[in-house]
Structure formats: structure tokens, C-alpha cells
Write a protein that binds this ligand. Structure first.
Ligand code: AMP
Length: 349
């Protein structure tokens, strides 16, 4: 999706991926190799003007030698913070952005102490490499401590208090090299089993949007960030509690391809290539639904007015994101009707 946004601007893309049938290979040349392979990364850097990511777990050590060869945007420092849930929460707290009460956990005794201090329910998570609900265990009560440890037990965990949220929201923004900043309207996101099922945007709440925007801008300015950044929030008692950030284009911003004047992908490309940022204005009311595990019937879905279908060309596997669709309508009520209709045609496996 980044490459599809880059081509009309006269830019070309080159990917590094472990697999020759990675989605990007359908539209751009691909270097095959491990994402931390020094020789492959050096080749990628030598053949590129700017390096960016749609996956944030590449170590600073792998990137350090490249910084002399090529511009890396966003910076390795921004990646580093978002690779570790504890560093992320520390940064939010430092910037006065509320986070869930939490504690670092490195052994079973530490988990016992954390549950005693913070109480249950809570979520035990791996600090690093966790995404889409992987590496998480919800402790309903103290009696679940042993089961949680049996599943995740290893150093490098975080225990955080369960947030009784009324809604999950995300905000996506872009910042360029001159410090100009734009942000998209809020997206309201429905997860299940740790996986994003669908989003609706814009979620209209002027107070929460201006608060989220301020939080996002503060993080981006603090990191001298260049590119697109996402922050996910829980809404708890009308307040925003930051859950995590992603230093990249985000699943909850896929609606912007059809639903905003300039998509998150294009704005990321513009920001990292030193081009003016585009308008983030929403064109209507949208819903984005993920295709998980199984691709739905294309013909039935395309019968819904204003629906755009995105097949990533991936092998089906349970829980795998294989594509998505976006519905664009002129009113929220109309959008909600079409969303309900589309959900009946989609099976998550
Ligand atoms: P994460 O990988 O942190 O984004 O978590 C995936 C999903 O699990 C979130 O979007 C929430 O739906 C749920 N979740 C994670 N942490 C918490 C928490 N502290 N309280 C309640 N729900 C959570």
C-alpha cells in the first residue's frame, strides 16, 4: 500500500522481505533475506534514497551501520521506543499522557508482587515483539498467576491493569522534516482476541479528538519524528488512556485510502521524501473491515455500494490478515447500515 501510494508521485519502491511471495512483491522488486541480515540491509541502503518500515521490530544494532549510508525515516531512536512497551509507557508518562498502572515483570515472584500491588484483572504482556494480541494473557484473578506464568513465563514482561474501556480509539498523524504536523480524524476500533476486526471513522468527538491530537503532536515533537505515527487509546470514564504507539502506517488508518483526501500511505511517503503533506480531511463516513483467516466472497461484497476490496495476495492461515474492505458513505447512519450488511458476508477464522 505504501508502494501503491509512491508510484503516482514518480517514486519507486524496493522491499526487503523473508519471503518471495510477500504482498509487496506483487508490485515492486524484492530483496530476499532476513530483516536484520547486514548484507541485505546494506544492499537495500545502497540502492535507496530513503529507508522506511511497515514493521517496527528491527533492532537498532542492525540499523546503526546504515545511518551513514542512507536517510532512515522515522529514526532508529523512534523505533526503539516503540519496540518496548515499558519504554513506550515511560515516554507517555514523561509527556503527561495517561497510561494504565503497570509494572515490569521478570520472574514469577515479580508477577506475584505486581498482581498484589496493582490487583486483578490485569494483562500480562511481553514487552517486546508483541502484536495482534500475541504474547498476552488476561489474568482475571490472582489464582491465574501460575497459568499466566506457564504461558508467558520469561524475563521481559509487563503487567498492566485491565482497562474497563467504553471504546478503543486511535489517532494517526504525519510530521515532516520541517516540523509541520497533520492528523486524521479519530478512528473507533473493535478488537477481539487481540485482533482488530473493524474500524469506523471519523469518530466524532471534538473534545477527545483535540486531546488525542495534542498527545500525538507532543510525542512526535519530542522524537523529532518524520513520517506517520499512530497512538492507540482506551476511553475510560471519558478520559484517554494511551495503550501503545506504532511508528508506521497503521491498520486503523486503512480507511484513509478511500476515505480521506490524502491517504496515510501517501502522507508517510510525502513526509519521508520531503514533499508537502496532504490534506487529512475525511471525504465521508467510512468503515474498514479486516479479512482474517479467510477471504470473503468478492462478488457478494462488491455488490455493496461504495465498498472497496483489498486482497493482499497472502496465503490463508487462521488469524492472518489477508486483506480488508472499506465502505465510504455520505452519512454515519448509511455507513452503519452498510457495515452491518458487509459483516454478514465476512467470516473471521
Ligand atoms: P495491544 O497488543 O496492547 O494493542 O492489545 C491488543 C488488544 O487487547 C487491545 O486493543 C485491547 O482490546 C486489549 N487490551 C490490551 N491491553 C489491555 C488492558 N490493559 N486492558 C484492557 N484491554 C486490553
Amino acid at each position: 500500500m505504501l508502494a501503491l501510494a509512491a508510484y503516482p508521485l514518480g517514486l519507486s519502491a524496493l522491499f526487503l522481505d523473508r519471503s518471495a511471495d510477500a504482498p509487496g512483491a506483487q508490485i515492486a522488486p524484492i530483496l530476499l533475506g532476513d530483516l536484520e541480515d547486514p548484507a541485505r540491509l546494506a544492499e537495500l541502503a545502497a540502492r535507496s534514497d530513503v529507508l522506511t518500515f511497515d514493521w517496527e521490530n528491527i533492532s537498532g544494532a542492525a540499523l546503526a551501520p546504515l545511518a551513514k549510508l542512507v536517510a532512515i525515516r522515522p529514526s532508529a531512536a523512534a523505533l526503539q521506543v516503540s519496540q518496548d512497551r515499558l519504554l513506550e509507557k515511560a515516554l507517555f508518562a514523561r509527556l503527561k499522557i495517561p497510561v494504565a498502572a503497570h509494572a515490569a515483570v521478570d520472574d514469577l515472584d515479580g508477577l506475584r508482587r505486581a498482581v498484589q500491588r496493582l490487583g486483578a484483572p490485569g494483562v500480562l504482556k511481553t514487552r517486546r515483539m508483541g502484536y495482534d494480541g500475541k504474547g498476552q494473557f488476561v489474568l482475571q484473578q490472582g489464582a491465574d498467576i501460575d497459568a499466566a506464568w506457564a504461558q508467558l513465563g520469561a524475563p521481559g514482561l509487563i503487567y498492566e491493569k485491565f482497562q474497563p474501556f467504553s471504546r478503543e480509539l486511535s489517532i494517526i498523524g504525519a510530521r515532516d522534516q520541517k516540523g509541520r504536523f497533520v492528523s486524521y480524524p479519530l478512528s473507533s476500533n473493535t478488537h477481539s482476541g487481540g485482533l482488530l476486526r473493524f474500524s469506523v471513522a471519523p469518530y466524532r468527538n471534538a473534545r477527545l479528538e483535540s486531546l488525542a491530537k495534542r498527545h500525538l503532536r507532543r510525542v512526535m515533537e519530542h522524537l523529532s519524528y518524520v513520517g506517520v505515527l499512530t497512538i492507540e487509546f482506551f476511553v475510560v470514564g471519558g478520559r484517554l488512556v494511551a495503550n501503545e504507539m506504532a511508528p508506521r502506517v497503521h491498520n486503523t488508518g486503512h480507511w484513509t485510502i478511500e476515505g480521506a483526501v490524502t491517504s496515510q500511505f501517501e502522507n508517510h511517503v510525502r513526509a519521508i521524501c520531503n514533499l508537502p503533506l496532504g490534506s487529512t480531511r475525511a471525504l465521508g463516513a467510512t468503515a474498514m473491515i479486516n479479512f482474517l483467516g479467510t477471504l470473503p466472497d468478492r462478488s457478494s461484497l462488491l455488490g455493496i455500494e461504495g465498498l472497496a476490496f483489498h486482497d493482499y495476495g497472502k496465503e490463508p492461515r487462521p488469524g492472518r490478515k489477508l486483506g480488508h474492505c472499506t465502505i465510504l458513505r455520505s452519512s454515519a447512519a448509511d455507513r452503519n447500515r452498510a457495515l452491518a450488511e458487509a459483516l454478514k458476508l465476512i467470516r473471521w477464522t
